[in-house]
Design a protein around this ligand. Structure first.
Ligand SMILES: Cc1cc2nc3c(=O)[nH]c(=O)nc-3n(C[C@H](O)[C@H](O)[C@H](O)COP(=O)(O)OP(=O)(O)OC[C@H]3O[C@@H](n4cnc5c(N)ncnc54)[C@H](O)[C@@H]3O)c2cc1C
Ligand SMILES: *[C@@H]1O[C@H](CO)[C@@H](O)[C@H](O)[C@H]1NC(C)=O
Ligand SMILES: *[C@@H]1O[C@H](CO)[C@@H](O)[C@H](O)[C@H]1NC(C)=O
Ligand SMILES: *[C@@H]1O[C@H](CO)[C@@H](O)[C@H](O)[C@H]1NC(C)=O
Ligand SMILES: *[C@@H]1O[C@H](CO)[C@@H](O)[C@H](O)[C@H]1NC(C)=O
Ligand SMILES: *[C@@H]1O[C@H](CO)[C@@H](O)[C@H](O)[C@H]1NC(C)=O
Ligand SMILES: *[C@@H]1O[C@H](CO)[C@@H](O)[C@H](O)[C@H]1NC(C)=O
Ligand SMILES: *[C@@H]1O[C@H](CO)[C@@H](O)[C@H](O)[C@H]1NC(C)=O
Ligand SMILES: *[C@@H]1O[C@H](CO)[C@@H](O)[C@H](O)[C@H]1NC(C)=O
Ligand SMILES: *[C@@H]1O[C@H](CO)[C@@H](O)[C@H](O)[C@H]1NC(C)=O
Length: 646
């Protein structure tokens, strides 16, 4: 008997350290005894899907919980409930007017930390229907709110749970499900598509789920090696702090304030190490997650393997709320970056860093750069570039004096500076051959990843209110510079900038199945990412803010989409990267999820028969529509089922 008990004790210990929760904040859980006779916070039962009402309730509806029930909910949360007040409401006549607070809002709103630290708002304004615009353009002397700006707090979450324990998350999921309230999840608020917000919703704010533990040697199923436990809200700059402290490498986003394990990982998540180590989703060895029934679950390749498969690449805010993960860690790695640029005549900009050439030579140079991309990604490197024009899209003047500029980089993990210079030489040689007279730049050399990426506290990522198009161009389009596919690809990039007047950006990487390894290759990551060598984004900034009418926004998007459609036409069957894409991507199921969509939808229906989790373009989102948005893809209206199931 005694040895048996000892054995049991060992098993329990092992399951707590390796297969239980990761952090003390997850030990605080909602128990059956806590909910006993409180139907507001009861767990979901698979046999009881609730009333499956056509629409979610909004503040003011008869079914919206009373002030007393919200107060009782707040008590069960230990006081962690916050009223959803957009900070800019201090700038408008009404109960929130506060001149001093408004001045503070104006001052801080240009920093992305402002969005991160506020419980209610997200990074974009059109996503909330420009409901309470920040009149905070950092223009000196600009101190008044335009007369036609209005503040409608109903465009924002009604309440926010400031989650610091698993129990907080469970309570929020249960309260929302039991009361048929729209639930949204905000981590950093960076999402470009509007997947992190919803008018009149209950929001779970995961921003304070921060913790870290380095595991020098661990075994999780078939993986044996270095790893780390990570709280789901750690941001890029925090991950880099830990990398420096423990002398290790972890994957992390490019943007300093982007979250590592929220929407970034759940949609794939690329970094400058992605051709070397794969996507963020590929790093995950296990997950802790609160599911739609309100239960706290562990998921890994053998336990809750459906969730484990779906959450890694199948999109945020769909299958559960991730509270932490165990991810792979690596020894430190060197990084080099070779940066160069060129532009067309007439000269604008910096003579010491740029050569200027004719338009035809410029576009030949663009072709040369992209003809080297497959070689770069096969060496486990990354291409990164912008192509811009001085005659922006809204300028009617497309004449011979406008200029085009190219800013490009080749980043190579694991190289020394001299190896990198040698590697880049053939690219520079080919550029010289077409008449772009640049010299092979001395690479910047970093002995570790955090030295390359780290910027203290991470401010600097502007929050964008623009809209995107995305395309993941497959290897076939770029591997042969003499092919029609290559030529067509260059033509559509050129027309995007030259005729469209838009800014083009690409990050070129190759997270193949082989690079993903175990367990990454068996995940819901978009198959188009596995075969991609070039991720292109096209921006239309500033055309969707509070100064544009719904009709203008619709027209602006229509024009952008016509140009992105050309990218789709020359890459049939490929896809788009869901985290940096158009929220109105046509056939998003194919573009964002590929052949994984059917399996993801089955898992979604089994795990969330209530429809607790909704995000625009998420798996199963085609069954829902946000009403009353003037035809715009915004999140401030009422969320309803497309088919009335009553
Ligand atoms: C400045 C900037 C730089 C970027 N750089 C990169 C880059 O280098 N590589 C790259 O791949 N992408 C990059 N992105 C895109 C980025 O991947 C997306 O914006 C992503 O949605 C951000 O995730 P988040 O959790 O930080 O943001 P949020 O907006 O808070 O969340 C995004 C989505 O995930 C859901 N979600 C968040 N946390 C959880 C959770 N714990 N459980 C379940 N669902 C959750 C939200 O509900 C929402 O649907 C960048 C974005 C910005 C703004
Ligand atoms: C359940 O309800 C009864 C009667 O209303 C009350 O006395 C009891 O304290 C409640 N139990 C819990 C756990 O809240
Ligand atoms: C929740 O309770 C806390 C502590 O009592 C309080 O400070 C907070 O204002 C309450 N939240 C709401 C929305 O009433
Ligand atoms: C959220 O909770 C954290 C941790 O308890 C606290 O520091 C922070 O002030 C809270 N934020 C708000 C806006 O209440
Ligand atoms: C950090 O790790 C690298 C690679 O394992 C090793 O070469 C180096 O000596 C370590 N540096 C420190 C300060 O521990
Ligand atoms: C020109 O480039 C150099 C070197 O990068 C830089 O130091 C300088 O500030 C730039 N000048 C302008 C006007 O941009
Ligand atoms: C050509 O376009 C530029 C802006 O790109 C503008 O400044 C210039 O005046 C235009 N020239 C003519 C002749 O229209
Ligand atoms: C190329 O640039 C170098 C110096 O950067 C210069 O010496 C040379 O003359 C240039 N060649 C041509 C063909 O412009
Ligand atoms: C690309 O194709 C066009 C016609 O479709 C042709 O005019 C052009 O010369 C081709 N370019 C290259 C580099 O082959
Ligand atoms: C608001 O007013 C400004 C100027 O007064 C105008 O340019 C803008 O189009 C208006 N915005 C909307 C959305 O009507």
């Amino acid at each position: 008997m005694f040895p048996f008990i000892q054995f049991l004790g060992l098993v329990l210990l092992a399951s707590q350290t390796t297969f239980g929760y990761n952090f003390p904040y997850e030990a605080v859980q909602l128990k059956d005894s806590d909910v006993a006779n409180n139907s507001d916070i009861a767990f979901g039962k698979p046999s009881n899907f609730g009333n499956r009402a056509k629409c979610k309730v909004l503040p003011g509806d008869a079914n919206w919980p009373s002030v007393q029930r919200w107060a009782a909910f707040n008590s069960s949360l230990g006081g962690a409930l916050i009223k959803g007040n957009p900070p800019a409401s201090a700038c408008y006549d009404g109960p929130n007017y506060d001149a001093a607070k408004c001045a503070d809002v104006r001052e801080r709103s240009s920093s992305s930390l402002f969005v991160m630290e506020d419980p209610t708002i997200n990074g974009g304004q059109w996503q909330t229907g420009n409901s309470c615009p920040l009149p905070a353009l950092p223009i000196p002397g600009f101190n008044s709110t335009p007369a036609n700006y209005t503040c409608n707090v109903n465009g924002f979450p009604a309440y926010v749970v400031n989650a610091t324990t698993a129990k907080h998350v469970q309570l929020a999921v249960n309260f929302a499900r039991n009361n048929n309230i729209r639930l949204v999840i905000k981590n950093t608020g960076h999402d470009f598509l509007g997947r992190n917000t919803g008018g009149g919703s209950l929001q779970v704010w995961t921003h304070h789920l921060k913790a870290f533990e380095y595991l020098p040697s661990t075994r999780i199923r078939e993986y044996h090696g270095m790893a780390a436990r990570v709280g789901s809200s750690l941001q890029q700059f925090e991950l880099h702090n830990y990398m420096a402290a423990y002398n290790i490498t972890l994957l992390a986003p490019g943007g300093t304030t982007v979250g590592g394990l929220g929407g970034y990982m759940q949609g794939g998540g690329f970094s400058i190490l992605t051709s070397k180590f794969g996507l963020m989703a590929d790093q995950v060895l296990s997950l802790e997650v609160v599911t739609a029934d309100g239960r706290f679950a562990h998921a890994d390749p053998e336990e809750n393997e459906d969730l484990f498969w779906a959450i890694r690449g199948g999109g945020g805010s769909t299958f559960g709320v991730v509270t932490s993960a165990v991810i792979k860690a690596y020894p430190t790695i060197t990084i080099t970056t070779s940066a160069f640029n060129f532009q067309t005549n007439p000269y604008r900009g910096n003579e010491t860093t740029t050569v200027s050439v004719s338009d035809e030579t410029f576009w030949k140079g663009i072709g040369v750069y992209f003809s080297h991309i497959v070689r770069v990604v096969d060496a486990k490197g990354i291409g990164w570039n912008y192509i811009r024009t001085t005659a922006p899209m809204r300028s009617p003047v497309f004449n011979s004096t406008r200029t085009f500029s190219f800013t490009g980089q080749v980043t190579l993990p694991g190289f020394t500076a001299s190896e990198a210079k040698k590697f880049v030489a053939p690219l520079i040689y080919d550029l010289n051959k077409v008449g772009i007279n640049i010299t092979n730049p001395e690479p910047s050399y970093f002995s570790t990843y955090p030295k390359q990426a780290y910027r203290p506290n991470g401010p600097g990522d502007g929050v964008s209110g623009g809209r995107f198009g995305s395309r993941l161009f497959p290897r076939e389009n770029l591997e042969d510079k003499d092919s029609d596919e290559f030529n067509d690809t260059m033509s559509v990039i050129r027309s995007f900038v030259e005729e469209g007047g838009y800014t083009f950006h690409s990050v070129d990487y190759s997270p193949t199945d082989e690079i993903a390894g175990y367990p990454g290759r068996d995940s819901a990551v978009n198959p188009a990412l596995r075969n991609a060598v070039m991720h292109c984004t096209g921006f239309d900034t500033g055309s969707y803010g509070p100064d544009s009418t719904p009709a203008q926004q619709t027209a602006n998007h229509k024009r952008l989409n016509e140009y992105i459609q050309k990218w789709r036409d020359v890459s049939p069957g490929a896809g788009a990267y869901m985290n940096e894409a158009d929220t109105e991507e046509p056939d998003f199921q194919q573009s964002f999820y590929g052949h994984n969509y059917e399996r993801l939808l089955r898992i979604k229906r089994r795990r969330d028969p209530w429809g607790v989790f909704y995000a625009v373009t998420g798996v199963g989102s085609e069954e829902w529509v946000v009403e009353g948005t003037n035809g715009l893809p915004t999140q401030q209206g009422r969320l309803c089922r497309v088919v009335d199931e009553e």
